[in-house]
Design a binder for this molecule. Structure first.
Ligand SMILES: Cc1cc2nc3c(=O)[nH]c(=O)nc-3n(C[C@H](O)[C@H](O)[C@H](O)COP(=O)(O)O)c2cc1C
Length: 161
């Protein structure tokens, strides 16, 4: 049985991790794309995205083609927004709630400072299930380092177990 990495990324940090762990763990990836893209520049990037996260929005997503029955493990990757998981994940989980039941869940978060622990707790609430493993990365693409790349590799290796 296979592993699926479902993620949203605005600036590429989450995508950077998702692509690396996918290669190591031989997992498939699904990048969620909101129909109305979040702003990626200026103050409105933080205001709009932060408000959307705080309000618990479920933005409409571009269509995707995935058969969740094929996967035993699902890994959720997201940037932390206002100490929450980025909203596109909420839409995905709500839309696929029944198909996700009984799977093994892992998660990783990318952030600049703090808030990931609260975001993981909220994700568990939404999933109505616990995350078997959580890992936090600090801007792993924008502030890349050998140590961060090593931590990504270790996470990918642990996913095989
Ligand atoms: C709307 C918004 C809110 C954010 N809120 C937080 C936060 O609460 N805590 C934090 O440490 N970083 C916060 N960040 C920074 C991102 O989580 C961080 O840069 C992350 O690595 C970006 O991932 P991405 O490149 O995949 O989008 C925020 C960024 C945005 C755009």
């Amino acid at each position: 049985m296979k592993t699926l990495i479902v993620y949203y990324s605005l600036d590429g940090n989450t995508e950077y991790v998702a692509n690396k762990i996918a290669v190591i763990a031989e997992a498939d990836t699904l990048r969620l794309l909101p129909k109305k893209a979040y702003k990626d520049k200026g103050v409105s990037k933080f205001l709009w995205g932060g408000k959307s996260a705080v309000m618990g929005e479920s933005p409409a997503l571009e269509p995707y083609d995935i058969d969740l029955a094929k996967y035993e493990t699902v890994v959720f990757g997201f940037p932390v927004w206002a100490s929450r998981f980025a909203p596109p994940l909420r839409t995905f989980i709500q839309d696929n709630f029944d198909s996700l039941k009984g799977k093994r869940f892992l998660s990783f978060a990318c952030q600049s400072g703090s808030g990931a622990e609260k975001a993981f707790a909220k994700l568990e609430e939404l999933l109505e299930a616990s995350l078997k493993k959580t890992v936090v990365f600090i801007d792993p693409k924008d502030k890349a380092s050998k140590e961060k790349d090593e931590k990504i590799s270790q996470f990918g290796e642990s996913m095989k177990a």
